[in-house]
Each structure stands twice: as structure tokens, then as C-alpha cells.
Write a new protein. Structure first.
Length: 481
């Protein structure tokens, strides 16, 4: 497939170096290729977005909504085909890929429905003959930078509210997943999106920096690593631009002895190993009440015996490869360091070399490490892969202290049938998302999403919380003379 940029309403070739999009399952297979975008093309896109903004912002909200609904219908119609492309390109299973495309359509429809929501408020004035109107108005051109791991859902939950509330968008996706980025743009364009309202720029990190620093870009939304996110926060601070970041996670599940242990372990496994652990909300730490440790480890071993790792397009596969050689190398190095620092390997731990598929691609087995303290770096460092570190705790307070240990605060899960432990979790755990008796991963489009500490900065994403970022207040004093 030929990789193309979408700039100012036209598909065109980039002017930069060649990008080669390879299958993580079969790295010799080229899925797409073409020249990258350049900083100069980013400038053209931003200027086009500025030019298109007044007309787009002035369009009735229901006209904008109709385009999102039409695009959602196209995604739904093509979910099977796009989901297979997603599985081939990113590495998550076919079922997850199809589900993600459908989730993107759901997000578009949710924000289309905001056309029926109140657009502001009317306040009484202390002066006769006057009313005070407080409206939510669009911020202008929004720069969007997205990661590889949810190549259509995360862009949808940024782009859909931006467009619904009357903003225009310049978008840089991860270069690992250009096909799904093109598919989302195709759906929106076919849905009737006007020229200049959305541009797609696939290219190196310099493109993202150019978007952030462009004077016509008035706000930036980013999902990715904490290091890059903090650098962008600093850059936007100097420029006086609002920024919203969703960054890293090192999410803990806490299992108490009074929980339904088989059900808890099932949720932990799904949270840790679906999407090959490449989720910011993935379960990467497990704190177990010491009295239940033996049973939990036994159940983990039994459940993972049937965990099929292989070609993600095979419906029987439970887990596919990591997205890249570099991603797998990070996991390999992190696990080796953990063992050097005293972790005990219980399951997995070595790349596959047993057959043509798993030995060829960027596969890594589901890996479980037993720790006795929080000292090993694996307890705090995000590996972004299928690795679960397990640690015992002797009390509720110790369990929650261990779950809080580290710079991240995105998601946590607690498994218990004791309401007092749930209440203590609500009071103690420093996270933006708390699950009770369900996995740490998962986000519904109608409720706020985001973390605390090193996991996020700025207004939350999704739900009505998105309006806080994509719009600003305008207060109008209305008086007849």
C-alpha cells in the first residue's frame, strides 16, 4: 500500500525520507511505504487549518455532527477489514482490532450527539435590561499527536470532540501505524469533512514538534510516553498554549484473600496480557494478600497454560507480537534487569525461537515475576509489554502503599468482597481510574479518562470532560438600548 499524507483537502506524497511500515508478525512483509511528511508540509497543514476554522466553527453543530455520524457508519461497515489491517499492522488480535474500529465509530457517534447538549448558560444580571450569556466556543486549530497502541480509537477520542466543538485539526500519528490513520481520515472525508478541517502528517518526531510550535496551533493534545509528554508540557508552557497529555502507567491490581480468586485472576490476566501488554492501562503490577499468594500463583499458571501466542489474525490467538524490535528489546532488557535485581522468574521470560511464526516476529511470552520488595526497577518502570510483577502484602495499608509506589497514577484495580477495603481504596489509591473486581484496562467514551501524578497533565479526556479542553468560555453581557 502507498503511504500518503492528507494536507489541505488532498492526498499527496510526503517530501521527506521513506517510511516503511512492516508487519510485527512477519517483519519481512511490507504493509505500506512512502515518503514522510516534512516540517514545511506541517506548516501548510496548520495554515490551511487556520483558514478553514472560521467556516467550520460557524457551521451549525448539527451539520458537524452529521459528518461524524456518516464517518462512524463507514467505520462500522468496514470494521472487519480495517480490524484485520489493524491486527497485521499493530499486532493486537483480530477480535481486538475489529473491536477497536467499532469503538472508534462509537466515539464519533457520542460526540456527534453533543450537538443536542446545552451550548452555554444564561445568568441574571444585577443591571436592568441585561442578560449575561456564558458560552463554550472552540479554541481554534488543535494539534493532535497519538501513539501506536490504539491507532484508531485514541485518535478518534481526540479528533471527534475537537471537530464536534468546532475546532480544526492537524494530526501526527505514530509512524508505526499509518494505515489505520489513513483509514480514519478516509471515513471522515467520505462523511463530508470540508477542505482544511483535518490534515494528516505521518513522519518523524520533528513533525510533532513543528505542530506544537506552530503559531496557528492554539492547543495540543498528546498521548504517549511520560518523557515526551513532559517535554511537550514544557514547550507549551513557554508558548502559553493549553496542552492535554495522557502519559505512562504502571497499573496495579490488588487481590485480597476474600475475593473470588478465579474471577480475579481471569481479570488480571486479561488486563496484563491482552494487546500484548501495550496499553497505558495494562495491569503490570499485582499485589496479593500473602495468605492468598499460593492460590493466586497456581491459578495464574493454569490460566496462562492455555494462552495462545501467535499470528494475531488467527481467531484462536490470544496474544500477538509487540509492535517493533525496539519494543521487544525494551521488554527483554527490563526482565533481565529485574532478575539481576532479585526477581524470580515464574513464567515466560525468553523470546520465542520454537517455530516459523513466533521465532520470526517480535513475539514475547506472557511473563510473571515474583518480587519480595519494591526495590527492583520493574516495580516502577513501564516496560509496555506482557510482563506482570507480583508482590505480597501483609495488610490493607501495605497493599495500597505498594500499589501507590512510583511516579504513575493512571489506573488500579481492587479485588475484594469487603466494602471496607473498597472504601479504603477510594481514599488511598492515587489514580485517576479505579476498578473494583474488574481489570485495570478499559475506558468508556461517556466518562472522563486520565490519570494523576506522572500519568497525565491538563483536563481529562472523553465524556463531557473533553469540552473543558476543546472549548473556552466566552461571557457576553447582552443589553438592549
Amino acid at each position: 500500500m502507498e503511504l500518503a499524507q492528507f494536507i489541505d483537502g488532498t492526498w499527496q506524497a510526503g517530501d521527506g525520507a521513506e517510511i516503511v511500515d512492516r508487519s510485527p508478525t512477519h517483519p519481512q512483509d511490507v504493509l505500506a511505504s512512502g515518503p514522510a511528511a516534512t516540517v514545511q508540509q506541517a506548516d501548510v497543514a496548520a495554515k490551511a487549518a487556520k483558514l478553514a476554522w472560521r467556516s467550520w466553527a460557524g457551521a451549525p453543530a448539527h451539520e458537524r455532527a452529521a459528518i461524524l455520524v456518516a464517518a462512524a457508519a463507514r467505520l462500522d461497515e468496514r470494521a472487519d477489514a480495517h480490524g484485520r489491517e489493524l491486527a497485521r499492522e499493530e499486532g493486537k488480535t483480530l477480535a481486538e482490532g475489529v473491536g477497536e474500529v467499532k469503538r472508534a465509530a462509537q466515539i464519533l457517534r457520542y460526540y456527534a450527539a453533543q450537538a443536542d447538549a446545552p451550548a452555554g448558560e444564561v445568568f441574571a444580571s444585577p443591571r436592568r435590561g441585561e442578560r449575561i450569556l456564558v458560552e463554550r466556543v472552540p479554541v481554534g486549530v488543535v494539534g493532535v499527536v497519538t501513539p501506536f497502541n490504539f491507532p484508531v480509537a485514541i485518535p478518534a477520542w481526540k479528533i471527534a470532540p475537537a471537530l464536534a466543538y468546532g475546532n480544526t485539526v492537524v494530526w501526527k500519528p505514530a509512524s508505526d501505524v499509518p494505515i489505520l490513520a489513513m483509514r480514519l481520515v478516509e471515513a471522515l472525508v467520505e462523511g463530508g469533512l470540508p477542505r482544511g478541517v483535518l490534515s494528516l502528517l505521518v513522519g518523524p518526531s520533528a513533525i510533532g514538534q513543528a505542530i506544537v510550535e506552530h503559531p496557528d496551533v492554539k492547543a495540543v493534545t498528546f498521548t504517549g510516553s511520560t518523557g515526551v509528554g513532559r517535554a511537550l508540557v514544557a514547550a507549551c508552557g513557554k508558548l502559553g498554549k493549553p496542552i492535554q497529555t495522557e502519559m505512562g502507567g504502571k497499573n496495579a491490581s490488588v487481590v485480597f484473600a476474600d475475593a473470588d480468586l478465579p474471577a480475579a485472576v481471569e481479570q488480571v490476566v486479561l488486563g496484563a496480557f491482552r494487546s500484548t501488554g501495550q496499553k497505558c492501562t495494562a495491569t503490570s503490577r499485582l499485589v496479593v494478600e500473602r495468605a492468598a499468594m499460593g492460590d493466586v500463583l497456581e491459578l495464574l499458571g493454569e490460566r496462562l497454560e492455555g494462552w495462545t501466542v501467535g499470528d494475531p489474525t488467527d481467531p484462536a490467538t490470544a496474544m500477538g507480537p509487540l509492535v517493533s524490535r525496539a519494543g521487544r528489546a525494551t521488554v527483554v532488557d527490563g526482565v533481565a534487569t529485574a532478575v539481576e535485581q532479585g526477581a524470580k522468574m515464574l513464567l515466560g521470560g525468553e523470546p520465542y525461537d520454537d517455530d516459523d511464526v513466533r521465532g520470526d516476529g517480535w513475539f514475547y511470552p506472557p511473563t510473571v515475576l515474583r518480587l519480595e520488595s519494591t526495590e527492583p526497577a520493574v516495580w516502577r518502570d513501564e516496560l509496555f509489554g506482557p510482563v506482570l510483577a507480583v508482590l505480597p502484602a501483609d495488610s490493607v495499608d501495605e497493599a495500597y502503599d505498594r500499589a501507590n509506589d512510583g511516579e504513575y497514577g493512571l489506573s488500579a484495580a481492587v479485588f475484594t468482597n469487603d466494602l471496607r477495603k473498597v472504601t479504603a481504596a477510594q481514599e488511598s489509591l492515587e489514580v485517576g481510574i479505579l476498578h473494583v473486581n474488574s481489570e485495570t484496562a478499559g475506558a468508556d467514551p461517556h466518562v472522563p479518562f486520565g490519570g494523576t501524578k506522572g500519568s497525565g497533565y491538563g483536563p481529562k479526556e472523553q465524556g463531557l470532560a473533553a469540552r473543558e479542553f476543546y472549548t473556552r468560555h466566552r461571557t457576553t453581557y447582552l443589553k438592549a438600548l
